[in-house]
Design a protein around this ligand. Structure first.
Ligand code: C2E
Ligand code: CA
Ligand code: CA
Ligand code: CA
Length: 274
């Protein structure tokens, strides 16, 4: 009886509320896509480990909800994926990113792509057309995918990846090491770069931690001709270790936080090294 009541307390009203919140948020996201002024693309500089210079920018979506304030992408991206809004959201980010790439011609641009978007038959064609419209060299665009994109049974993701790579677009495997894929999977991986998940970097000071793992990821990646970016670099010490491990690019709060386009303009007008 007690457990029954607990269950009710946990799954009853809360569940209801969750579903309602979800539905409301979905409506709000739909409205945000129409309104246009609630969504903003931020950019986080990526630094070359060797030259200490900014080599690229990663586009990261922000949603400023009119009453709820900032909503985390981890909350609304999955919502967009299940409600059919991810295509429009992705198109918005890509367009913004292309316009930024045109403004900063010496920097590459990285854009996160959901497996749901990549699973659409016309995805590659949409990217081509966007690049052409902005006059962006395809090799300056790097699409960041996660492992789920590589598990697509219908093979549409793979077809899009192949078509885009033939055109010159680059691919990065995001959050490497957090999924269920192993080094073995790297064999047939059609990517150009591996982004080492920040959990490994943040485990550097633990005795069982990150250094050995990152060393082997970098080793395998380089043996396969792939570049590596370390995510979540929060201290100078981590930065030093990663440089010594031969990591190619570094990204994290220690180097630069994700910022608005205006802040980016300010930064790029003054300091470009770290
Ligand atoms: P991600 O692609 O792994 O992006 C890196 C996340 O780590 C970003 O969170 C960034 O703000 C954060 N980060 C950067 N440096 C540090 C650091 O030094 N320490 C820590 N603790 N965190 C750091 P954000 O912007 O909240 O994005 C979260 C996730 O949402 C992204 O993870 C990505 O999977 C997804 N996302 C963001 N923008 C987009 C988008 O335009 N499209 C899609 N499909 N997904 C997106
Ligand atoms: Ca990413
Ligand atoms: Ca990541
Ligand atoms: Ca992530």
């Amino acid at each position: 009886k007690t457990s029954g009541r607990n269950r009710y307390a946990i799954f009853g009203p809360h569940m209801d509320e969750l579903i309602r919140t979800r539905r409301d948020l979905e409506q709000d996201l739909r409205a945000a896509l129409e309104a246009g002024n609630q969504l903003e693309v931020f950019y986080q500089p990526v630094y070359s480990a060797a030259s200490h210079e900014i080599s690229a920018l990663e586009a990261l979506i922000r949603w400023w909800h009119p009453n709820k304030g900032a909503i985390a992408p981890e909350v609304f991206i999955p919502l967009a994926e299940t409600s059919g809004l991810i295509d429009r959201l992705g198109a918005f980010v890509l367009k913004e990113a292309c316009s930024t790439a045109r403004e900063f011609p010496d920097l590459d641009i990285a854009v996160n792509v959901s497996a749901v978007e990549l699973g659409q038959r016309h995805y590659a064609a949409q990217v081509f057309s966007q690049l052409r419209q902005f006059g962006i060299e395809p090799s300056r665009l790097e699409l960041e995918i996660t492992e789920t994109a590589l598990l697509d049974e219908a093979g549409v993701c793979e077809k899009n990846i192949t078509a885009l790579r033939e055109f010159g677009v680059k691919f990065a495997l995001d959050d490497f090491g957090t999924g269920f894929s192993s080094f073995g999977r790297l064999q047939r991986l059609e990517v150009d770069r591996i982004k080492i998940d920040r959990s490994f970097v943040q485990a550097f000071d633990r005795p069982d931690g990150g250094v050995a793992i990152v060393r082997s990821i970098v080793g395998v990646a380089h043996a396969k001709g792939l570049r590596t970016t370390a995510e979540g670099v929060e201290t100078e010490e981590q930065s030093e270790i990663l440089r010594n491990l031969g990591c190619d690019e570094l990204q994290g709060f220690h180097l630069a936080v994700p910022m608005s386009k205006n802040s980016l303009r300010e930064l790029l007008g003054t300091e470009r090294t770290k």
